[in-house]
Design a protein around this ligand. Structure first.
Ligand SMILES: Cc1cc2nc3c(=O)[nH]c(=O)nc-3n(C[C@H](O)[C@H](O)[C@H](O)COP(=O)(O)OP(=O)(O)OC[C@H]3O[C@@H](n4cnc5c(N)ncnc54)[C@H](O)[C@@H]3O)c2cc1C
Length: 417
């Protein structure tokens, strides 16, 4: 091993979210010596990067990690952020993960027999490295935000905590995936006029035929679809998150629900010129496409129930009202005119690999990997969209992925003993 004198491990896991801890669980099972390096604390992103009212959109019975499952009294409820943090902390304790908190990895580079890491607490070397630093390290922001007039406050989901911290007046929420619809609803309920800019989106009812829609995704095998069986993996990895919210009432939060509480719907934000935000037209088509895809998925569930003799476990098939198209939609907003006082960019999230000095990140900032086996021997990843299965980024999805990836890692280090 070349480089400066470094503490040596067989494997290093970077990140102590649920993905890194799951990696540690399987490394320990195989008696592979390792350490988990975490720049903050266990479950750091749940402690620092989420808004106050957030609840998981996955039901409690899906809060399942290797060797730990939800055992509370409300399996169909949805965890609050403090509950998720506590759940992940408990997982770290139960699996005895060797976490070193407060250790920021600032560089990972290949050396003769593995990788050397520079951290703010010294040098560490390992034959194998698992990147579990998360898929959502930073808000993905469109460059056109630079043209927003200074009089309009701009927030990302990382800055947003609750509506009380917004200025009084109108708010434009850009993006209608899970984050955008949840924040639009909360801000509208605070009494502020909200306009939601809607592009391609994934519409889902909270419950279908009396069951949580995610029960159907699981039971019908949709979430287990493997990355190497999908027709268009690139597209599957970019799919917008579903318009879902976890509430005690199990309410559906689609565009019709938002329209009913007074949220104005407007097309995709296309440009900002001379202080005016310009939006695409064609909402009718955008809505029709989302409705079509939802109905196709519900049809898949019905077909699965029928052919597997499971119809008796659910209510009768149902179909939902098409997304209502506003009688007229605006194509422009004057951002300098005072109508809009704040913009919330709910335009997605992206990973951060600034610290990775291995040439495995493509031009779009995505890691090059095959099912979590990164394009550099001994380097692995977990927790990325459709890494090995559709469920890969969800808490519920990590067990199968982590087992597979650590199996590969174990074989890799074994032949190099
Ligand atoms: C708004 C939001 C809502 C979500 N809702 C759900 C849901 O309802 N259900 C569900 O199952 N999933 C949900 N997810 C998806 C997923 O469960 C979370 O994103 C989860 O945090 C991912 O876990 P992870 O372990 O992959 O990454 P993270 O939890 O982000 O953990 C990565 C860790 O790596 C650390 N790290 C990063 N870089 C470095 C470095 N250079 N050196 C040292 N440490 C580093 C970070 O501090 C962090 O603790 C949601 C995600 C978001 C953003």
């Amino acid at each position: 091993m070349s480089g400066k004198a470094a503490e040596q491990f067989t494997a290093v896991v970077i990140g102590a979210g649920h993905a890194g801890l799951a990696a540690s669980y399987f490394l320990s099972q195989r008696s592979i010596d390792h350490v988990v390096l975490e720049r903050g604390e266990v479950a750091n992103s749940w402690r620092r990067e989420r808004w106050d009212s957030l609840r998981l959109l996955t039901p409690n019975w899906q809060s399942r990690l290797p060797g730990l499952r939800y055992e509370g009294a409300d399996p169909d409820g949805y965890m609050t952020v403090p509950e998720v943090t506590e759940f992940i902390e408990r997982f770290a304790k139960v699996c005895g993960a060797p976490v070193r908190a407060g250790v920021n990895v600032t560089s990972v580079r290949p050396v003769d027999d593995g990788y050397q890491m520079t951290t703010d607490r010294g040098e560490i070397a390992a034959r194998a490295v698992v990147i579990a630093t998360g898929a959502c390290n930073q808000p993905a922001l469109p460059p056109l935000r630079d043209a927003v007039p200074a009089s309009v406050q701009q927030l990302t989901p990382f800055d947003y905590r609750d509506p009380a911290r917004l200025p009084d007046g109108g708010v434009l929420v850009v993006g209608a995936s899970a984050t955008g619809v949840q924040l639009a609803a909360e801000i509208a309920r605070s009494g502020r006029p909200v306009t939601l800019s809607v592009g391609e989106h994934t519409r889902l009812p909270r419950t279908y035929r009396g069951r949580d829609v995610l029960w159907w995704m699981d039971a019908a095998g949709v979430w287990d679809q493997r990355y190497d069986e999908l027709d268009d993996l690139t597209r599957a990895r970019r799919l917008p998150s579903p318009q879902l919210v976890g509430t005690p009432e199990r309410t559906t939060l689609d565009l019709n629900a938002l329209d009913s509480i007074g949220v104005g719907l407007i097309g995709r934000l296309a440009a900002i010129r001379d202080g005016r935000a310009l939006f695409s037209g064609g909402l009718r088509n955008v809505f029709a496409l989302a409705d079509l895809k939802m109905n196709r998925l519900l049809g898949t569930f019905d077909e699965w129930a029928r052919t597997n003799g499971r119809d008796g476990e659910a209510d009768a098939p149902e179909r939902f009202e098409a997304t209502r198209v506003p009688a007229s939609t605006r194509l422009q907003l004057d951002l300098g005119g005072g109508e809009i006082r704040a913009i919330v960019w709910a335009t997605g999230f992206r990973p951060d690999y600034e610290w990775l000095d291995v040439p495995v990140v493509d031009q779009k900032g995505h890691l090059r990997h095959e099912g979590g086996v990164v394009d550099s021997p001994g380097l692995y990843a977990l927790g990325l969209p459709v890494l090995r299965r559709r469920k890969s980024t969800f808490i519920y999805g990590i067990e199968d992925d982590a087992r597979d990836v650590i199996d590969h890692l174990a074989r890799y280090v074994a032949v190099r003993m």
